[in-house]
Write a protein that binds this ligand. Sequence first.
Ligand SMILES: O=C(NCCCCCn1ccnc1)c1cc(-c2ccc(F)cc2)cc(O)c1O
Ligand SMILES: [Mg+2]
Length: 214
Amino acid sequence: TQTTRPQRMLAAVQKNATRGDPRSVVKAIDQFCRQKEWAMNVGDEKGCILDSVVTEVNPATVLELGTYCGYSTVRIASLLPPDAKLITLEFNPHNAAIARQVIAWAGLGDKIQLVEGASGDWIPKMKEKFGIETFDLVFLDHWKDRYLPDTKLMEECGLLRKGSILLADNVISPGTPDYLEYIRNSPRYKSQYFRSHLEYTKAEDGLEKSVFLG
Ligand SMILES: O=C(NCCCCCn1ccnc1)c1cc(-c2ccc(F)cc2)cc(O)c1O
Ligand SMILES: [Mg+2]
């Protein structure tokens, strides 16, 4: 029977990456996506910007919205300090199952909590279920029409503190116009656009980094 693209991506990781070596997992996925099949990972070019923000913030608590196959999950977790916690939310059970195996191959299972379900349902439960007070860093990479409602929900649930960083993928391609309009005009955020390209292509895309001012 026909395999899925995430399954073929996982097979490429298990074939070409070294167990317990997150950077080799990232490299194997990028090679697969450049040489074999495009897939919607944040990719190597935007991934370098992601790495620099993670390193600068050095977060103790991270929320990732949109796991997909775990590429950015592994990228972020490989840069976190020892006791840091990364919670990643994935809606699609098949993708979540693949991501768990990619994360395990990278040897990062103890740093990452993968939660299956809808962000709108889980964000209000973060404190009670995971003992999270606030997030130091949020990486938005899920449905593009959920960036704005979920950001407002995080504000309302008190999950952001003065200095929390939101980093949003795909603000140009596919685009998140309502989120950009809100975050760039809100007095409660200071935003910066990092121009780049849509993963593995020459099309424009970029990351929007926003600091919550409280
Ligand atoms: O849709 C994207 N991501 C969300 C996937 C579903 C999330 C499910 N979920 C997880 C948690 N809550 C809900 C996405 C799309 C593209 C893209 C760009 C150009 C193109 F022609 C086709 C596609 C590029 C990305 O980088 C993306 O991230
Ligand atoms: Mg994306």
